[in-house]
Design a protein around this ligand. Structure first.
Ligand SMILES: Nc1ncnc2c1ncn2[C@@H]1O[C@H](COP(=O)(O)OP(=O)(O)OP(=O)(O)O)[C@@H](O)[C@H]1O
Ligand SMILES: [Mg+2]
Length: 148
């Protein structure tokens, strides 16, 4: 079902942000992105680029005590960080399903923590640390994104 596959290698946070901007240009309302990758893989950095493209009112940051940050931009951005979730159903209590249909872009860090609640049509982004400054980024999408 996720028939469209794109691969990138970035060499700096700036390049990862630029990829986020490029990706954001292809997104429509109610798209959800699952951002997979270990600590410091660059999930929040990519989210910053997405927010920049959408002219969000604040840069994306890692929510420390909250599980969700909302940004207002050309489209609203709902940024979930599921790292601290203990049970997948916690996200439902936060209104996750409503956010998926709220006309914005939904970004999910640590999506594996809520695997059973991820929408079938979300765009999967897999980020991998190659070395200090290099990241491999693979995108699997059910929609053509024309990124390459
Ligand atoms: N090519 C690169 N792309 C993105 N970040 C990079 C790159 N090279 C180095 N970095 C560094 O890696 C770190 C990425 O941090 P970021 O907060 O985006 O990771 P994360 O995947 O959101 O981690 P966490 O799971 O802790 O939320 C930053 O310190 C950034 O400066
Ligand atoms: Mg993060």
């Amino acid at each position: 079902m996720k028939d469209f596959h794109y691969r990138f290698r970035t060499h700096s946070p700036k390049e990862t942000m630029a990829l986020g901007e490029k990706l954001a240009a292809k997104l429509k309302a109610d798209r959800a992105l699952s951002l997979y990758g270990d600590l410091a893989a660059g999930k929040t950095t990519l989210s910053k680029g997405i927010c920049m493209y959408l002219n969000a009112d604040q840069p994306a940051t890692s929510p420390t005590f909250t599980l969700i940050n909302e940004y207002r931009g050309d489209l609203p951005v709902f940024h979930f960080d599921c790292y601290r979730i203990k049970h997948p159903d916690e996200i439902i209590m936060l209104g996750f399903e409503e956010y998926l249909e709220a006309g914005g872009i939904v970004l999910i860090e640590w999506p594996e923590r809520i695997a059973e609640h991820l929408p079938a049509d979300c765009i999967d982004v897999h980020m991998r640390v190659v070395n200090e400054h290099t990241r491999d980024i693979e995108i699997f999408s059910p929609f053509e994104l024309e990124l390459q």
